[in-house]
Design a protein around this ligand. Structure first.
Ligand SMILES: NC(=O)c1ccc[n+]([C@@H]2O[C@H](COP(=O)([O-])OP(=O)(O)OC[C@H]3O[C@@H](n4cnc5c(N)ncnc54)[C@H](O)[C@@H]3O)[C@@H](O)[C@H]2O)c1
Length: 418
């Protein structure tokens, strides 16, 4: 039996706890040895998953203790990643880093350079690569059944309430405090494009705007908070009172103790926190729709659509022998989850997706479980990642898409960002 991979967790919020819980469920393969978070209940929740876990109330105290584990899981907020990962590299850690790696492309490139210099691995939490769905897509591509891939189309429907929760009311509402929407949400898609396309982007054009979640679209008489007696609450898709009912699961990601909270406590939270605000009267500036058109270095052309107003991801890959299509928006409408159309025989056949019996599609389509399952392979043994920032190509595509959108002209690697 190889030694278990030891993990320290920096940032024990929603993501840090998710990875730690999954790691603990793997028994002897992983050992959680340290947890750091300024909020005691959060670090204690992670500490409870291991034996004699060292706890720290800040990143500073964790780093002052020297290298405590093989891998540091960094799940603090976007704007903290750069400082935390740079300190982790100097301290000698390999890192599992939440995406986005940093709030600018230049900083992502600096992480990559420093990691190479020091011989450290940084894996980004591109959990979708590890889902049964996208691993099957990759297997079909690698099998050669599609022939030469000529072009691809990808789609992300964020979902209206999710958009409101995270990108209008929530943590990622402003690109100044975090990163642009196309990075914060679609760095997954940008990563998938480069990973599945087998190439980095050469030229990128992008358009998008914040068209709906703005003051002029507020219903007449809508107050600043849903709890202030909104006249249209009953018909509003975004009424914060839905957190008490069908949208309750979202609350657990932003409110400590949400699972045990009674309705009065939740109402108190909604009266004072960002999540009780009218979605048309927030301080948000990120887009609610954006499209990318790009050419990869290997000649494959790709389009990607991000919209608040659809549900789930879809992908279409067009090859010389066959095309492969699938994803939630199709599946919901009755199509197979993934299917292949063979050009020569004119056949359409569903492609089987192997889902683990225990985890299935929970947690990012099974990706949260999948990435933790892959950690020892990523960081130990003959197939371990090379030093550097794995996933930089996708981040470059996402950041340059924002540059293109802002400058209204194509963007290219090496020209810098805006
Ligand atoms: N891979 C994905 O699909 C995915 C999904 C959601 C979020 N994310 C990313 O994961 C990251 C974390 O998101 P989250 O939803 O867990 O946020 P969160 O706010 O729940 O967690 C962040 C935690 O960091 C802690 N923290 C703040 N300052 C700290 C410090 N100096 N030292 C130690 N801990 C500190 C906070 O107290 C909090 O508990 C973000 O970068 C986000 O963009 C990734």
């Amino acid at each position: 039996m190889p030694e278990p991979l030891s993990l320290a967790v920096l940032g024990c919020g929603s993501r840090g706890r998710t990875y730690a819980k999954i790691a603990a469920s793997f028994g002897d393969r992983y050992r959680i040895v340290a947890a750091a978070d300024p909020v005691a209940v959060r670090r204690e929740a992670v500490a409870a998953l291991g034996d004699s876990v060292a706890v720290f109330d800040s990143a500073e105290t964790l780093f002052a203790a020297g290298k405590l584990a093989d891998v540091l899981v960094i799940a603090t907020q976007d704007s903290q990643h750069f400082d935390h990962v740079m300190q982790a590299l100097e301290a000698g850690y390999d890192v599992l880093l939440e995406k986005p790696a940093a709030e600018s492309l230049e900083r992502c490139e600096a992480i990559d350079r420093r990691a190479r210099e020091l011989g450290r691995r940084v894996a980004l939490c591109f959990v979708l690569r590890y889902t049964p769905f996208y691993s099957t897509v990759k297997q079909v591509l690698d099998s050669g059944r599609l022939g030469r891939v000529i072009s691809m189309r990808s789609h992300e429907g964020v979902e209206p309430f999710h958009q409101a929760h995270s990108f209008v009311r929530g943590h990622w509402r402003s690109s100044r405090g975090s990163t642009p929407m196309i990075v914060a949400k679609c760095s997954h898609d940008a990563d998938l494009i480069c990973w599945l396309g087998g190439s980095a982007a050469a030229s990128i054009s992008s358009y998008g705007d914040r068209s709906w979640f703005r003051g002029e679209n507020a219903p007449e008489g809508a107050p600043a908070r849903c709890s202030d007696g909104c006249p249209v609450a009953e018909d509003c898709l975004y009424d914060a009172h839905r957190y008490l009912g069908d949208k309750r699961r979202w609350l657990g990601m932003v409110m400590d103790g949400a699972d045990e909270a009674d309705d009065d406590t939740v109402l108190g939270f909604l009266r004072t926190s960002p999540w009780g605000r009218c979605v048309y009267r927030c301080d948000n500036d990120v887009v609610d729709h954006q499209v990318i058109a790009c050419e990869l270095e290997n000649g494959i052309t790709v389009t990607h659509t991000m919209t608040a107003f659809d549900y789930g991801r879809a992908i279409e890959i067009y090859g010389t022998k066959a095309s492969l299509k699938g994803g939630l928006p199709y599946h919901e409408a009755g199509a197979p989850e993934l299917w292949l159309r063979d050009h020569e025989h004119g056949t359409i056949e569903p492609v089987e997706i192997h889902k683990p019996a225990d985890e299935g599609y929970a947690g990012h389509g099974g990706g949260d479980h999948g990435i933790v399952d892959a950690l020892d392979r990523l960081f130990q043994g003959p197939d371990a990642l090379p030093p550097g920032l794995d996933g930089l190509a996708g981040h470059r595509l996402a950041f340059l898409s924002e540059t293109s959108r802002l400058n209204q002209c194509p963007a290219h690697p090496g020209e810098g960002t805006r």
